[in-house]
Design a protein around this ligand. Sequence first.
Ligand SMILES: Nc1ncnc2c1ncn2[C@@H]1O[C@H](COP(=O)(O)OP(=O)(O)O)[C@@H](O)[C@H]1O
Ligand SMILES: Cc1cn([C@H]2C[C@H](O)[C@@H](COP(=O)(O)O)O2)c(=O)[nH]c1=O
Length: 232
Amino acid sequence: MSSLQSSPLSASSDADKRDNPMSEIHVIVGPMFAGKTTALLRRINSECSNGRNVAMIKSSKDTRYAVDSVVTHDGIKFPCWALPNLLSFKETLGAEAYEKLDVIGIDEAQFFDDLYDFCCNAADCNGKTVILAGLDGDYMRRSFGSVLDIIPLADTVTKLTARCELCRKQAFFTLRKTDETKTELIGGADVYMPVCRQHYVNGQSVVEVTRTVLKSCSNVQTDSCLEEVAVV
Ligand SMILES: Nc1ncnc2c1ncn2[C@@H]1O[C@H](COP(=O)(O)OP(=O)(O)O)[C@@H](O)[C@H]1O
Ligand SMILES: Cc1cn([C@H]2C[C@H](O)[C@@H](COP(=O)(O)O)O2)c(=O)[nH]c1=O
């Protein structure tokens, strides 16, 4: 399946595209399950319908639902390039195919360290429209990757919300349900849930208390093991 959605290709060069008023950057953010990928696919499909030549990229770190497709939590799919970084995209696609592209979609943008340089180059120098979706914040509500750095470059920024899993109000944040503390942890509803402010604060304290209790239990276990070892 090709990730380059073909449509009649224009013969325009990079120089023409630099002056192209269609060169834009659009950013879609929000917590998990907010519909970011759904919104991205809707916009990309609409660009395809308008005869524009599009390609979709996602991070190769996240292959939960498929290796070569962007997939929403509802199972809607779109073929993509799964890449470890963005600057390899032009080389992977080939210079000629890259030149013919009008629109580049990026999902899971928080996982790309080279997001800023890629977006600048694609929009400012190569005349592309870039539409990206990603988490603005991680499970601790810290800025995630370079997504927020793109805001000063962007034409539009859309912040979506999910439904709080505990009260069905608007959810702005993503709560991690496990005691894992590394920032990047691939997962879905098994590990994360979208929550409102009140349930984020309550939930986060529950997770922190659980973490402390588990830690002290494991210390007690280790101590008693050590005692046993000492006794033996
Ligand atoms: N708590 C929730 N709030 C909103 N949507 C949810 C929730 N749980 C599951 N979903 C489903 O997730 C879909 C959005 O999926 P997706 O576009 O992949 O989101 P995102 O990319 O933001 O994680 C919704 O259309 C809905 O069917
Ligand atoms: C909050 C948070 C999320 N992640 C991971 C979990 C998923 O694999 C993706 C987000 O997917 P979605 O399309 O937005 O549902 O990011 C993470 O690694 N660290 C976090 O703190």
